[in-house]
Design a protein around this ligand. Structure first.
Ligand code: KG4
Ligand code: ZN
Length: 337
């Protein structure tokens, strides 16, 4: 089965072709980062208009790369939510229009399920059940994943998401938008021992997170400095990153112990963070569990994860659904086999 996947929930237009026999045949992406950078964040109306310009050329590029025609497509998957309503509507409208024109089923995919299942596109891939750490710009969650659509929430952030904390802290340090990758890069040249920042809720006894206080601690630290030179900025970045990595690693270990599962899967944009990967790898080696990541180019938003999740749903537990978008959508409410 050849599935076309379309993603337009935020500031990336992603398109991909996934074949259930041959694997990922093509994936193309356009990021709107540069367009939104001058506003310091995503401007929803600009995002929607840009998705409209990009989605069909990207689809054509995928078909060409995979040496396929539109008639070869067996099903179309699109991100149905959560996300920006206007942005979501682009992929939803194109998917449903194509579905009617080609007479093929169309399926709406939960964006987080896309992230959650994306490590299954890696080689070697994990198998069910596993613990998933979802760390993106909008979400920070630990889930027990029993099968496609069968997810139990173990813990989540009570305030800011991990990526949001990276972005807000980066903004505070004038590192531009989106700040996560920039902050992480600068942290590499920082002295991690110069400043110590709090580890919020690290030993709270549950699997919830809180990152808003960490951002405030950085603000207080910045205000205390007479002069923020390049080295001080890098040192603050290193301290911030170390605190986040520490908290996330501790919670992951607790989740592994609590569930008794042997595999941890990391998904979402912050999963691209090298320091986080190093921290989790070290812990996994010591505690004898395995950790899996999606390929680096599939960590942030993309069409491949949507095509893949759509294919899984069509194969295992769901038929095509009606045309709609769900800007807010609870992951635990999905149907499963
Ligand atoms: O999953 P994603 O592409 O979009 C959402 O669905 O939110 O994640 C984007 C988030 C942003 O907050 C971005 O700053 C963060 O992931 N991010 C990183 C890194 N790469 C992306 N944060 C820390 N280190 C990175 N290397
Ligand atoms: Zn995402």
């Amino acid at each position: 089965m050849l599935v076309l996947g379309l993603e337009s929930s935020c500031d990336e237009t992603g398109v991909a072709l996934y074949d259930t026999e041959a694997g990922l045949l093509a994936h193309h992406l356009h990021t709107q980062m540069a367009m939104h950078a001058e506003y310091g964040g995503v401007v929803p109306e600009l995002a929607s208009r840009d998705h409209i310009r990009r989605v069909l050329p990207l689809t054509e590029a995928c078909l060409q790369e995979a040496n396929k025609t539109r008639q070869d497509i067996d099903a179309i998957a699109y991100t149905q939510g959560p996300g920006l309503a206007g942005a979501l509507l682009t992929a939803a409208a194109v998917a449903n229009g194509l579905g009617v024109a080609l007479g093929k089923p169309v399926i709406g995919v939960h964006h987080l399920e896309g992230h959650l299942l994306s490590p299954l596109l890696a080689n070697p891939a994990p198998h069910f059940p596993f613990v998933a750490l979802l760390v993106s710009g909008g979400h920070t969650q630990l889930m027990a994943v029993h099968g496609v659509g069968n997810y139990t929430l173990l813990g989540e952030t009570l305030d800011d998401a991990a990526g949001e904390a990276f972005d807000k802290t980066a903004k505070l340090l004038d590192l531009g938008y989106p700040g996560g990758p920039a902050l992480s890069k600068l942290a590499d040249s920082g002295d991690v021992s110069r400043f110590t920042l709090p580890r919020p809720m690290q030993h709270s006894g549950d699997l919830d997170f809180s990152f808003a206080g960490l951002k405030t601690a950085v603000l207080t630290l910045v205000k205390k400095q007479a002069d923020i030179d390049a080295q001080t900025r890098a040192d603050i970045c290193a301290a911030f990153q170390a605190a986040i990595v520490d908290v996330i690693s501790t919670k992951c270990l607790k989740a592994m112990k609590q569930t008794g599962m042997q595999q941890l899967v990391v998904a979402g944009g912050v999963g691209a963070n090298r320091q986080l990967r190093a921290g989790l790898d070290l812990m996994a080696a010591r505690r004898k569990f395995k950790v899996y990541y999606p390929p680096l180019d599939l960590c942030t938003d993309n069409g491949a994860m949507i095509a893949f999740a759509g294919a899984q749903r069509l194969q295992h537990c769901q038929t095509a659904g009606p045309f709609s978008v769900k800007p807010r959508w609870d992951l635990a409410s999905l149907p499963h086999a």
